[in-house]
Design a protein around this ligand. Sequence first.
Ligand code: ZN
Length: 144
Amino acid sequence: MNGSNLDNLYRQVIMDHYKSPRNKGLKGFKSAHIKNPSCGDDITIEADIQNDKIVHLNHEGTGCSICCSSASVMCELLEGKSISDAQRIIKKYNDMIKGEEIDDEDELEEALVYQGVCKFPARVKCATISWKALEKLVSGDDDE
Ligand code: ZN
């Protein structure tokens, strides 16, 4: 696949999740809220965590296509994962966004589409805001 086809595929995944978000809508589980004033992104992530496992993972909020689609991609990818798996995948995603080499990238599944974001520093916050919120939730960092 050449570079522009790949970009096209990435854009399709992003627009699909933006237009038809998965796991959207809060159910009242423990949540974390983060805003990105530079872009107007405003995201809440909530997780139902039982026995060190993320049983349900939902998001709600408004923002740009990168921000909203990545919330949807993340919820779909990490729902059902153990806390330790989720933390490893979050770290891997953050490393990828920073443009670092990562091992076993298949584990990121659809989240790989944000790979190119490292070339656009202004969009890095958009692509990581939901992941930061979840990181806060699973680390038990409570600011409520
Ligand atoms: Zn944004």
